[in-house]
Design a protein around this ligand. Sequence first.
Ligand code: HEC
Length: 247
Amino acid sequence: MTLTPFRTRLLGLAACVTLAAGLTACENDNVSANADLIAGKKAFAQKCAACHVLARAEAKGVQGPNLDEAFRQSLKDGFGRDTLHGVVHSQIIHPARVPKDSPAYMPAELVTGKLAEDVASYVAAVVARPGKDEGKLATAVAAAGSGKPVAAKNGKLAMPADPNGQLAYLSKEATAPPGALEIDSENDASIPHDIAVEGNGVDEKGETVQDGGVSKVSVTLKPGKYEYYCTVAGHREGGMEGTLTVK
Ligand code: HEC
């Protein structure tokens, strides 16, 4: 049997609980009673969702492991959600060592302090849980790509990446008149994105950008329907696409 980083870590943590029961370091692994799950969910959407699947958070990233799958087995094996909180928190602060230049690299301390606790509490509370978040949690994060259709102005179409960091653009629909069009996609997230447009013989893509960069693509479009999407692996499949209607 091969041990995934998660399972290796879980074994280490279980040992901690057995050997050192009563030590506060281990007690801190409990899901905190004063955790702010709403803040945790918002930060998860912004900092984690682009790389991980977590059904309750509607997160569809594929660069990192599917968190529902990764933890489902441990829950079945009898590990409590308080233990998962500790595993997630320690992964946030000290991700398993994957070479920095690997495409599957998780940066350390994407969130810190109380917020890291909140993110860990949210993940531990909802991971591998069927159904949907309820109450205030349900509306904590706007659905990805739920913005109003965007219309081109003066030959330019502004279609930023989802401001919440999810795998989506601001909107899944756009319109433009026929002719020359520049599509600008600003990406404020730390996860790289680009924008490409395809259809009716057109197939162009802008450069990959992050941290406030703008991916630009210039095309000449005839009336008809085109698709715009992010070419970064797994992002289109995760929902980062939309339809541009030219008329
Ligand atoms: C740039 C992509 C990326 C981002 C952003 C990211 N992760 Fe990860 N994550 C990974 C990769 C790759 C792994 C597997 C390698 C490793 O363990 O470091 C991973 C592993 C994990 C694991 C262990 C799961 C297992 O099966 O071992 C957890 C838990 C986790 N991430 C939670 C988070 C949380 C919470 C955030 C947000 C604070 C986050 N990740 C942000 C890429 C990412």
